[in-house]
Design a protein around this ligand. Structure first.
Ligand SMILES: Cc1cc2nc3c(=O)[nH]c(=O)nc-3n(C[C@H](O)[C@H](O)[C@H](O)COP(=O)(O)OP(=O)(O)OC[C@H]3O[C@@H](n4cnc5c(N)ncnc54)[C@H](O)[C@@H]3O)c2cc1C
Length: 387
């Protein structure tokens, strides 16, 4: 390996890229991370951190309490005029991605990663070269962590996925009484064509993040404010929460064509040390609130497979074993109740009779605790077989 060339290039410095880079650096590799944005940005995300995500962040030394994360112990499900509340079964945390992603990149830099901000990766070439705005770059290991959308030449496909919804997010300053009522809860509001998540993040802001079918958005004239007004008209709970609330971003963030249900499967000729992580490898429907947990878990599995030399086949098998069931169940659940009001109402009625069902469905659409525990300690095990 040349003195100047990194052992590993990581394309994308969001959650998964920063974590994979940090774990690889801890394992002794010389790592360079390429992030498009010059400065931390807001991201489309409900910002709910499951305990799985928290476990991985703790492993990296990210102190959520110090960053101002707020605890969440309950889930409230809302459909029309029906509302049901249940304990989550664990304490979630809520923190803006603006703050979390910046902290993770700092963690990576402390671990020895060379973080190159303002560098756009344009494509992954067949020979493994990354074409970037800073010129072509190459290394023995390439990790692609560019998030929700495909990078030219990389791994993603939309085949068989649920990709017809649009995502929106804005922060709101709620009225004090509504802030108090929302505290300690993640609220999932189901409506025809989609659902919204509402929860407090640091600095007492409320994050409203929603997914809606393109048809419903068109019916609202293709305007977010009109869509929100129509959702408030049919959901008194949401109308009450947002009464007198002040939006905090000039414009909501928006996203389309997120391929929910995608799980990376390498072909037989896949290069062993060219791996996707995060949303490039697995995309779980958002309402489970565990995309970040999966992204971090996958980053740990990828770093382990790179460091111990088992590479793509072992990583893909571990990903299918750990993430496959949760992604499959969450996608099925989204298909069954995600958009149809009659089924949503039935779900809330059922959950009213047995609130434990909500706790159970949260558990079935997440990683198994044993899988999370087994993956810990990457880097401490070192670069056993990487050469
Ligand atoms: C509507 C919605 C709500 C969600 N809510 C939750 C939730 O509440 N809880 C939860 O756990 N998960 C949630 N998720 C899922 C979660 O946001 C993702 O799983 C997670 O962000 C994946 O992390 P990532 O690092 O793979 O991608 P990202 O976070 O998207 O990071 C990608 C990074 O790569 C950079 N990048 C992109 N392209 C390039 C390029 N060409 N060159 C260089 N850099 C590039 C970006 O700037 C970014 O920093 C939600 C997702 C959606 C869509």
């Amino acid at each position: 390996m040349s003195a100047h060339r990194p052992d590993a290039l990581v394309a994308g410095g969001g959650l998964a890229g920063a974590a994979a880079a940090a774990w690889l650096a801890r394992g002794g590799l010389k790592v360079k991370l390429l992030e498009r944005d010059l400065h931390p940005q807001h991201r489309i995300c409900g910002e709910f951190l499951s305990w799985e995500a928290q476990a991985a962040l703790a492993d990296l030394g990210v102190d959520l309490a110090r960053l101002g994360a707020v605890p969440i112990r309950n889930v409230r499900l809302v459909a029309g005029a029906r509302v049901v509340t249940a304990p989550l079964g664990f304490t979630g945390q809520s923190l803006t991605r603006h703050r979390l992603d910046a902290a993770l990149l700092e963690t990576a830099a402390h671990a020895g990663v060379e973080v190159q901000r303002g560098c756009q990766v344009r494509s992954l070439e067949p020979d493994g070269t990354l074409a970037t705005s800073f010129g072509p770059m190459r290394s023995a290991v390439t990790v692609v962590a560019t998030g929700k959308h495909a990078l030219r030449g990389a791994f993603r496909t939309h085949e068989g996925t649920l990709d017809h919804q649009l995502g929106f997010k804005n922060y709101f300053r709620l009225q004090p009484a509504m802030r108090e009522a929302l505290a300690d809860h993640v609220e999932i509001i189901l409506f025809e064509g989609g659902y919204a998540g509402l929860q407090l993040v640091e600095r007492q802001m409320a994050n409203l993040c929603l997914l809606v079918s393109a048809a419903r958005y068109r019916a609202a004239g293709g305007r977010f404010e009109a869509l929100l007004a129509s959702l408030c008209a049919e959901t008194p709970h949401l109308a009450a929460r947002l009464a007198g609330a002040v939006p905090l971003l000039d414009r909501p963030l928006a996203i389309s064509r997120v391929p929910y249900g995608f799980l990376w499967k390498p072909g037989p000729d896949a290069p062993p040390l060219r791996l996707p992580v995060g949303d490039q490898a697995t995309v779980i429907p958002s309402f489970t609130g565990d995309g970040m947990g999966l992204a971090l878990h996958g980053a740990r599995l990828a770093a382990t497979a790179i460091l111990d030399g088992t590479g793509a086949p072992a990583y893909a098998a571990a990903l299918a074993r750990d993430a496959g069931p949760a992604v499959g169940r969450a996608t099925l659940m989204q298909k069954l109740v995600g958009e149809a009001p009659a089924r949503q109402a039935q779900l809330v009625a059922l959950a009213r009779l047995a609130p434990g069902l909500l706790t159970l469905s949260a558990r079935l659409t997440r990683l198994r605790p044993a899988a999370v525990e087994a993956a810990s300690g990457v880097g401490a095990r070192g670069r056993a077989r990487f050469a």
